[in-house]
Ligand binder design. Structure first.
Ligand SMILES: NC(=O)c1ccc[n+]([C@@H]2O[C@H](COP(=O)([O-])OP(=O)(O)OC[C@H]3O[C@@H](n4cnc5c(N)ncnc54)[C@H](O)[C@@H]3O)[C@@H](O)[C@H]2O)c1
Length: 251
């Protein structure tokens, strides 16, 4: 991809203060885009972006910051709906209030950002929405019942949204990462009884033997958002080290 491919693009990334979202925001900045980062954590702003502080659970906050950013730049061309949290649990773990909270962030948080961005995306000549899914949507992992359900919802929603919006020229796709080396994973590692062992488990469960780098996921997002990817619609782009599709039996 040549530099400045996104020079004409106004981009909003939710959960862009850390991890995958931050790498996505950085990649768009490097390609000349105007980038707004929505995050509840305002601690470490990313150079070259506008930090729009909001919690994706709050309708009014999300709408206000997207409207403000769009008013400043005339439109939004690309929305990357990415803010999400993990929740390692079986179906019997945790109070239902926790489950509602995770659904609120990981599913309704995407809906809020998409609803708020749509009027502004409609003013773009190359509008695209990229949602962040996970390999857990298509592969059963232990103690990921709720998290997997939220990611399955994102993949199903991506296809249905793509069908609703394709005739308006708004492309919707999603990325399905494997285990990505981000603060989310670092937190799960730190909480484990044996953090070194847990980190090795995360690496070993990737057929490649190493975790996905956030920058690899960012490159996938930029591909899906690229104005020239105009026939890529309603798709799931897998960046998971082979986790979902390989079976490493000796045969
Ligand atoms: N790390 C992985 O292994 C992995 C794998 C597949 C999919 N994903 C998905 O990628 C996305 C990003 O994950 P990550 O690993 O970069 O996470 P992360 O925890 O490293 O970063 C997430 C960012 O989202 C923000 N955020 C969380 N909840 C928010 C809320 N309610 N309102 C506003 N901002 C909020 C956080 O402040 C943080 O800046 C998530 O949707 C996650 O499910 C991650």
């Amino acid at each position: 991809m040549a530099n400045n491919d996104f020079q004409q693009s106004v981009v909003v990334v939710t959960g862009g203060a850390a991890g995958i979202g931050r790498a996505v925001a950085e990649a768009f900045v490097a390609q000349g885009a105007t980038v707004g980062v929505i995050d509840r954590d305002a601690a470490t702003p990313l150079a070259g972006t506008s930090l729009l502080t909001a919690d994706v659970r709050d309708d009014a906050e999300v709408a206000a910051c997207i409207d403000r950013f769009a008013a400043l730049h005339g439109r939004v061309d690309i929305l990357v709906a990415n803010a999400g949290v993990s929740y390692p649990a079986t179906v019997e773990d945790g109070p239902l209030e926790d489950w509602k909270n995770i659904l609120d962030i990981n599913v309704l948080g995407y809906v809020r950002a998409i609803r708020a961005a749509l009027p502004h995306l409609r003013r773009s000549s190359h509008a695209a929405i990229v949602n962040m899914s996970s390999c857990t949507a298509g592969t059963g992992l232990r103690r990921r019942v709720l998290y997997s359900a939220t990611k399955g919802a994102i993949e199903a929603m991506t296809r249905a949204l793509a069908a609703d919006l394709v005739h308006e020229g708004i492309r919707v796709n999603c990325v399905s990462p494997g285990t990505v080396d981000t603060p989310l994973i670092a937190k799960l590692v730190a909480q484990a009884p044996d953090p070194d062992h847990q980190r090795k488990v995360y690496m070993d469960r990737q057929p490649t033997g190493f975790m996905v780098e956030p920058e690899e996921v960012a490159r996938a997002v930029l591909y899906l958002a690229h104005p020239l990817a105009r026939s890529t619609v309603g798709s799931v782009l897998t960046v998971d080290g082979g986790m979902a599709s390989l079976r490493l039996f000796n045969s």
